[in-house]
Design a protein around this ligand. Structure first.
Ligand code: ADP
Length: 223
């Protein structure tokens, strides 16, 4: 579904990523880890098209619909949108006014995220964790083929985080959704057969989580 071919990214003289080569199959769940500033966010921004590679190619299967949760959310206190408006902006097609069915879908998702009461609230008044749940719904609601999450759970409490990962595994299993997940913390429910990438300017490890654990035991430490 996705191919990175000899991808490098430089900002001016500063080389952030070099010689990036990897392949993602449909239905893969890929966790991307690495130290701060190692290029993880840059790697996924390339995929969404927010930045262009300095050299190399990124080939994505035609017609793929993506859902993206960026790391830096717009959480300014004057963010002038309601929860419903933010989520509706994640629909593939928008009308002037959301239909009854659209509103029901939004409501069902808010229920799942345990914030049904916030439908008409202004984003500005939500806590960081609540805002993060809203942006998660926004990324998920159009049922993307490819879901890209950049540190999606940083503001979620541990019990909800667990629930959220269960939801992701369900989407992967039942809908063959492909999921790319940038995280600081691999101790979160990771399954042995998940793909794991350790990035530090270039790919230092790429394989199943099971084999990653062996790689770590051989003396490599992350973060
Ligand atoms: P990570 O997500 O692993 O923390 P990033 O991909 O955000 O790392 O950043 C990698 C490096 O590239 C950092 O040193 C960051 O400061 C730098 N960087 C990211 N975006 C830009 C940019 N637009 N211009 C200049 N430097 C950038």
């Amino acid at each position: 579904m996705i191919d990175y071919e000899n991808v490098s990214v430089s900002f001016g003289k500063f080389n952030v990523l070099h010689d990036i080569n990897f392949h993602v199959n449909q239905g893969d769940f890929l966790h991307i880890i690495g130290p701060n500033g190692s290029g993880k966010t840059t790697l996924v921004k390339l995929l969404v098209g927010l930045i262009k590679p300095t050299s190399g190619n990124i080939v994505v299967k035609d017609g793929i619909h993506m859902g993206y949760l960026p790391q830096k959310l717009n959480t300014k206190t004057n963010f002038p949108m309601t929860v419903q408006e933010v989520i509706y902006s994640g629909f593939q097609k928008q009308k002037l006014i959301p239909s009854k069915e659209d509103l029901k879908l939004i409501n069902d998702w808010l229920d799942q995220m345990e914030i049904p009461q916030l439908m008409n609230s202004s984003m500005a008044y939500l806590s960081g964790g609540q805002q993060q749940r809203v942006f998660l719904v926004r990324a998920l609601i159009s049922n993307p083929d490819l879901l890209i999450l950049d540190e999606p759970t940083s503001a979620l409490d541990p019990s909800f985080r667990e629930k959220f990962y269960q939801l992701l595994y369900r989407l992967q299993q039942e809908q063959k959704m492909t999921i790319i997940h940038v995280t600081h913390d691999l101790t979160d429910a990771v399954k042995d057969d998940c793909m794991t990438m350790y990035v530090d300017q270039t790919i230092k490890f790429f394989g199943t989580y099971k084999s990653y654990q062996e790689f770590e035991h051989r003396g490599h430490h992350h973060v």
